[in-house]
Each structure stands twice: as structure tokens, then as C-alpha cells.
Design a protein around this ligand. Structure first.
Ligand SMILES: [Zn+2]
Ligand SMILES: [Zn+2]
Length: 133
């Protein structure tokens, strides 16, 4: 537990007044300390909104981790196609990026091979791994 968590766990919300209500005090140190003012008290001051949006961004990131590279992904055949892009060779490159380069197709083939093995362990005897494409 860091000091903020300790503080916010012990913090008393007595007398807390959210933005827009009479008595709102923007200098109240409880604004933005955690998500409570936003979700429990409905405070929409900048500090509380920021905490809430950070939370939901974190949650989204956990559910759907971003690819490290933030430049636009260029699939095979597009003008900016860059084989060095680390997203090639991932399922994301194949599915989301709609890239059909060798690495991305390989990633997809690996995935479906793995999937069919899981469904039917005997299938590996029928798949020649050197001849996937
Ligand atoms: Zn607030
Ligand atoms: Zn690719």
C-alpha cells in the first residue's frame, strides 16, 4: 500500500461536496485522490474526472493491451509497409491490421494449428509444419 492508498483508505468523506453543489471547495484535498469522489459523489471537477478516466484507460489497457508501436500499422501491400514493424508476426497484425505478410500469416497459422491441436490432439499427424502456406 502506498501513502495515497493508505490515506484514501482512512480518509473520511464527511463534508465532501462535489462540483456543482453548494459549498464545493476546489481546494479540498480529497478531489482526485481516488475514484470515490467521481463514482460515489458524482464530482466532475477536473481532478476527479482525470482520476476516473485514468482508471478506465487502465482497465481498457489491461483488457486489450496495446501494441507497443503507436504509429499507424501498415499491412503488406500498403505504401508504408515496414517489415521491421514489431507488430508483424502477431495475431493483431493479422486480424486487426489485416496484414497478410509471411510473419502475420505465420502467427495466424500457429494460432489455428494450436487451436486444432487443442481440439483434436491427433491432428498434428496430419499437419506438415513446413508447408503451412
Ligand atoms: Zn472533485
Ligand atoms: Zn504483417
Amino acid at each position: 500500500m502506498n501513502w495515497i492508498e493508505r490515506y484514501s483508505a482512512s480518509v473520511s468523506w464527511k463534508g465532501f461536496i462535489p462540483l456543482g453543489q453548494e459549498g464545493y471547495d476546489e481546494n479540498d484535498p480529497r478531489h482526485g485522490i481516488n475514484k470515490s469522489p467521481y463514482s460515489v459523489y458524482g464530482c466532475r471537477c477536473p481532478a476527479c474526472r482525470k482520476v476516473a478516466s485514468d482508471y478506465s484507460r487502465d482497465r481498457k489497457r489491461r483488457l486489450n493491451p496495446p501494441v507497443y508501436n503507436t504509429t499507424k500499422f501498415a499491412p503488406l501491400g500498403s505504401e508504408d509497409y515496414n517489415p521491421e514493424d514489431t507488430r508483424h508476426g502477431t495475431l493483431r497484425g493479422y486480424n486487426r491490421g489485416r496484414c497478410r505478410c509471411k510473419a502475420c500469416k505465420q502467427a495466424n497459422a500457429d494460432r489455428s494449428l494450436e487451436y486444432s491441436h487443442r481440439k483434436n490432439p491427433d491432428s498434428k499427424f496430419r499437419v506438415d509444419p513446413t508447408n503451412r502456406f
